[in-house]
Design a protein around this ligand. Structure first.
Ligand code: VG1
Ligand code: CO
Length: 551
């Protein structure tokens, strides 16, 4: 195979990776040289940062266009001096499985073709994300270096077309003018599955389910987790395959929006309401997110999930044998876990949104567990959030405590108080409208701004959140505007960094009660919603009367 340096006339100015990689409509990515422009910049950056290791993982969530781009990555990586390329069978590798594989097989990193929970198909989104040698998403310093190169690119390197059958496990050795390149197609599940087997007592969970006749169900939302769900829930835990739904990965996720929340995973919610199952879980397109439901559709908010797992570490064998370093949560994730950390004496870190900020804390052994309100939970076994890990963590708790999801959560609220929590998203505003809303709320950070009351309490502070990584010293500015009331309620505004066009404003609402308060979450949060509408003027600015999605 001969390599060629292809001179290009077009570079692109819009290839800045967001919260979790580059995400664009498929149609955008199909522009001339668009993918090549990004990939060459990425590959060069990797070679500059890591001069010797040339072993690269290539995986993805199975969405449309992945199988077109995978051979392109092989050809460009080979032409740029990479020596060992590992690809998941059928191009599939869930995000947590990628993280496991990179770590356990000493890869320099991995290119993950995923736009996670964004819809797929020819009219959907495409994504390219880079993970570094620790298995976690590339930090800002790396993605910024890639972005700088994309803006002025004039060439890319590529070898002659190759034919790698992605549906067969095995090795192909390419003889190139750069030397030999080994391309291996591997089972994308095995490594992750084995790792999970060392973390949990799966036989114990299996016998608990069998002995108590407990039915559980899982919905993979036609994303990449389906085959893993069949292996772990089906083969290992003995769940009848008829209870495992949407487990065949589809390029367009069956037309669904593969985001496991109450809106998009409505099918699972309905199934759970039948009362037939004690436990239900849904995963997103790339398998890193999870939604946990109990019998009759009892919803576990992701922020509570993190707090509950932290309070029940003794149910998970992995934590029994090691020192527990501390917990991390993203800024907008509720303070439920803070209460647990305080009581149990764990240190707590509040980071900007996005998993990449947890990686350095884990590498430095400062946190062992972390989570986000956006249905992400995980531990330091890898450097990504891990949907199936979260499901198994919950099943470990249920089988150790021998009680229901609802009992676990309600007893948690009794002990620690309850954080009523919701997120209101206004999707697809124009970029200008998004900027206007953020400017409106940001104006309250000025010391002489008069801030209205939040419900019947005064606002104690309004800050624009910035973060300094305690390990690397890296700074992240402008991560969200936070209003905190005198009683600890919070209203936070931020711009989403995963959309593929326009602007999405996320409004996070949190009210803490120790009084055993009950009732509809949205009703209880209503005074905070009113406050949010008042300070942001979002309805007038956007012309919208309601959020697009409430979770
Ligand atoms: C969203 C979530 C964030 C999550 C990110 C990636 O980002 O809010 O918590 O880490 O998606 O998740 P944003 O910038 O749109 O709010 V995933 O499952 O795409 O890898
Ligand atoms: Co995801």
């Amino acid at each position: 195979y001969k390599s060629t340096r292809v001179e290009t006339e077009i570079s692109y100015s819009d290839q800045k990776p967001g919260t979790s990689g580059l995400r664009k409509p498929v149609k955008t990515v199909q522009q001339v040289n668009y993918t090549e422009n990004f990939l060459q910049s990425l590959l060069e950056t990797v070679c500059e940062l890591e001069p010797t290791n040339r072993k690269l993982l290539i995986g993805g969530d199975g969405r449309y266009y992945n199988t077109t781009v995978i051979p392109l990555i092989v050809r460009m990586a080979a032409a740029n001096g990479f020596k060992e390329l590992i690809i998941g069978k059928d191009g599939l590798f869930s995000t947590p499985a990628c993280s496991s594989y990179i770590r356990l097989n000493n890869c320099v990193g991995g290119i993950l073709l995923t736009a996670s929970h964004n819809p797929g198909g020819p009219d959907g989104d495409f994504g390219i994300k880079y993970n570094v040698a620790n298995g976690g998403p590339a930090p800002d310093s790396v993605t910024n270096a890639i972005f700088e190169k994309t803006k002025t690119r004039t060439f890319y390197n590529i070898i002659d077309p190759v034919d790698i059958p992605l549906n067969a496990i095995g090795e192909t050795v390419l003889e190139t003018d750069q030397g030999q390149v080994s391309v291996r197609v591997v089972d994308g599940i095995e490594c992750h599955e084995q790792l999970l087997g060392t973390i949990f007592d799966l036989p114990k969970i299996k016998s608990y389910l069998a002995q108590n006749n407990i039915c559980i169900t899982a919905d993979a939302m036609a994303g990449v987790m389906g085959p893993t769900v069949h292996r772990i829930f089906g083969d290992v835990l003995g769940v009848d395959p008829s209870h495992l739904i949407r487990c065949t990965p589809l390029p367009d996720f069956g037309g669904s929006h593969p985001d496991p929340n109450l809106v998009y995973a409505a099918q699972l919610v309905e199934t759970m309401k039948s009362g037939r199952y004690e436990f239900g879980v849904a995963f997103d397109g790339d398998g890193d997110r999870n939604m946990i439901l109990g019998k009759d559709g009892f919803f576990v908010s992701p922020s509570d999930s993190l707090a509950v797992i932290t309070a029940n570490l003794n149910c998970i064998p992995y934590f029994a044998g090691r020192k527990f370093a501390g917990v991390g949560r993203s800024l907008p994730t509720s303070g439920a876990v803070d209460q647990v950390a305080k009581k149990l004496g764990f240190s707590l870190f509040e980071t900007p949104t996005g998993w990449k900020y947890f990686g350095s804390l884990m590498d430095a052994d400062m946190i062992s567990l972390c989570g986000e309100e956006s249905f992400g939970t995980g531990s330091n076994h890898i450097r990504e959030k891990d949907g199936i890990w979260a499901a198994l963590a919950w099943l470990s708790i249920l089988s150790t405590r021998e009680c229901s999801v609802e009992e676990v959560v309600k007893s948690h609220w009794e002990e620690y108080g309850r954080h009523f929590y919701s997120r209101h998203d206004y999707e697809n505003l124009s970029t200008e409208q998004g900027a206007q809303v953020m400017a409106a709320v940001n104006s309250f950070t000025s010391p002489d701004a008069a801030i209205p009351q939040m419900g019947d309490t005064e606002v104690a502070s309004c800050v624009n959140f910035s973060y300094t990584d305690p390990v690397t010293g890296d700074r992240a500015l402008n991560q969200g505007v936070v209003f905190t009331s005198k009683t600890g309620s919070r209203v936070i505004f931020r711009l989403s960094g995963t959309g593929s066009s326009g602007a999405t404003i996320r409004i996070y609402l949190e009210f803490y009660s120790t009084g055993g308060e009950e009732g509809d979450v949205q009703d209880i949060l209503n005074p905070l919603v009113k406050f949010a509408l008042q300070v942001s003027d979002i309805r007038a600015i956007s012309g919208r009367h309601a959020p697009t999605v409430i979770t």
